[in-house]
Design a protein around this ligand. Structure first.
Ligand code: APR
Length: 235
């Protein structure tokens, strides 16, 4: 196995599950009798903006009561101590990776704690509700703010940087994701095409398990610290 310099890590809702944040598909993905997929779309926002804003106000408030867990902390430790290339690409929109100390991090699906003005295109930190249609702090437009979340059908963020990192990865590790949603579900194949070794750390086999050289199953708070310690021991 070639020596490992560049690591790309993909995380999904399973890495935040033990912090008390519901995953999308384990929890049945239901909210007020709506499938999450039906709420997290531009069409839903156009059809019923209050429903969508209430959903995201509830999620934004909820994540601020949660704490990073041992998996977030282990990944932040690896980020701090790994001298080679390292990039954490998270599908999650909570801020637990940051609060654990991760720095080399991309939120490809956006962030709950940001708002996005549909008039001036400014993105800004936002911890309160949007349901009451606050004016944009940038341009003053009334009621122009939406959640800074990538909805189904919208383009994930910073994909060029992500594909560049995958193209030079020696190791790709997928943590806590079902492999149900593209483009993230295809990252393992991009990494394999670059000759990277691929490992899945997940509670159960994901839909993409077939593509991984190795798969370990169990809770992230057990698997991730053990994997990080082994990586740093051999560094
Ligand atoms: N430890 C490890 N893995 C876990 C844990 C845990 N404690 N709990 C759940 N999991 C695993 C589940 O087995 C599942 O494979 O995490 C995965 C969560 O899958 P999803 O709920 O589909 O979440 P995710 O893969 O992040 O969804 C991807 O779909 O709805 C969209 O945009 C949303 O970013 C999200 C994307």
């Amino acid at each position: 196995m070639r020596d490992i310099q560049n690591i790309v890590i993909l995380t999904g809702a399973g890495v935040s599950a033990e912090s008390g944040i519901d995953t999308f598909r384990d929890a049945g993905g239901l909210w007020e009798q709506h499938r999450v997929e039906d709420v997290a779309t531009p069409e839903a926002f156009a059809r019923d903006p209050d429903l969508v804003l209430r959903f995201y106000d509830m999620r934004r408030e909820a994540i601020q009561t949660k704490e990073p867990n041992a998996a977030h902390r282990a990944l932040a430790k690896l980020d701090a101590e790994w001298s080679g290339g390292l990039l954490i690409v998270t599908q999650n929109v909570d801020d637990l990776h940051e609060r654990a100390g991760a720095k080399r991090l991309i939120h490809m699906h956006g962030e709950h704690l940001n708002a996005w003005c549909t008039v001036c295109d400014m993105r800004m930190p936002w911890i309160g509700p949007l349901l009451d249609r606050p004016a944009c702090p940038g341009c003053g437009a009334p009621g122009s703010l939406r959640p800074d979340i990538v909805w189904f059908g919208e383009m994930p963020y910073r994909m060029d940087e992500i594909y560049d990192a995958l193209g030079s990865a020696d190791l790709f590790v997928s943590i806590g994701t079902s492999g149900a949603v593209y483009p993230a579900a295809g990252f393992v194949r991009e990494a394999r095409a670059a000759g990277a070794r691929t490992i899945e750390l997940n509670m159960e086999p994901s839909q993409g398990s077939y593509w991984f050289d190795e798969a370990r199953h169990g809770p992230a708070t057990r698997l991730v610290p053990a994997w990080v310690d082994a990586m740093l021991d051999q560094a």
